[in-house]
Design a protein around this ligand. Structure first.
Ligand SMILES: [Fe+2]
Length: 268
């Protein structure tokens, strides 16, 4: 049996026939099956492969101050490496050159010990196809051999198979961000994507339930079924990081499955 957190039941006042009976400081040791990410050691030594910390370039951190605040918090949690993966899509048409310049600014401003790397999260839209044609890309991974991609949460992209094939012909492995969050995807879709060589990236926070119970259930199933290749926080804002990491709970059973993803992967 898993021995969990100690929970203290507060002072209880029981009223029986106008007589107050105090049950003082009754400490009850309970076996908890969940824990917060902050109370676990899962983030210690982790490489975060998905974040929106680069300031002022997408819907993530707005200012350099917020970026530095997030990095300071991550440092406290023991995170070792962070990949910055700003959105690139038709609605947020960041250029490679602008992102590289902003990354340089952040590296100048950040004086901590986390290693920072730059990649991007590409929506599989027309702009992505243009960038792919022009070889104008920010890949991810130690050998820069993966492209972090996403789709709409509700509909598959047009020509999905064709785009995946084009990515592979360019010599990259498609790495699908947060597959558990796509409402239109089912078991058959996941199996198909895995068969055609797509790697899956878990969004760590999906396991806390902040995106809803359906997303959490899908994430737990994908994790237990061995679909995931690695994970990332997909963190956008400091307040969310602080609140979710401290307050939201994840199953300790899932935590054990997560350990390999966070610490045992050999991601090229
Ligand atoms: Fe993201």
């Amino acid at each position: 049996m898993d021995i969990g957190m100690v929970t203290t039941i507060p002072l209880i006042i029981v009223v029986v026939k106008n007589k107050k009976r105090l049950i003082l400081n009754q400490k009850v040791w309970l076996f908890s099956k969940t824990t917060s990410l902050a109370d676990s050691d899962i983030l210690n030594g982790m490489t975060d492969y998905h974040s929106h910390i680069l300031p002022g370039v997408d819907d993530g951190a707005k200012t350099m101050e917020e970026s530095l605040e997030i990095l300071a918090k991550m440092e406290c949690l023991g995170v070792r490496d962070v990949w910055l993966t700003p959105h690139i899509m038709e609605d947020i048409p960041n250029t490679t050159r602008d992102l590289e310049a902003r990354f340089k600014d952040l590296k100048m401003a950040y004086k901590g010990i986390i290693h920072l790397f730059l990649a991007a999260e590409y929506m599989m839209d027309n702009l992505f196809e243009e960038r792919l044609t022009e070889n104008d890309l920010l890949p991810i991974g130690k050998n820069c051999s993966y492209l972090l991609i996403e789709t709409s949460y509700f509909n598959p992209p047009m020509r999905l198979q064709d785009i995946l094939l084009r990515i592979q012909r360019k010599g990259y492995c498609p790495l699908l961000a947060h597959p558990e969050r796509y409402a239109y995807m089912n078991e058959e879709d996941y199996r198909f994507l895995r068969e055609v060589g797509v790697k899956f990236q878990l969004s760590l926070l999906s396991l806390t339930g902040i995106y809803g119970s359906e997303v959490r259930k899908k994430a737990e199933w994908l994790l237990k079924s061995g679909y995931y290749h690695l994970c990332g926080s997909d963190i956008h804002h400091f307040v969310v990081l602080e609140r979710v990491i401290a307050e939201k709970k994840i199953s300790k059973h899932m935590l054990e499955e997560l350990r390999f993803l966070c610490h045992g992967t050999t991601f090229g």
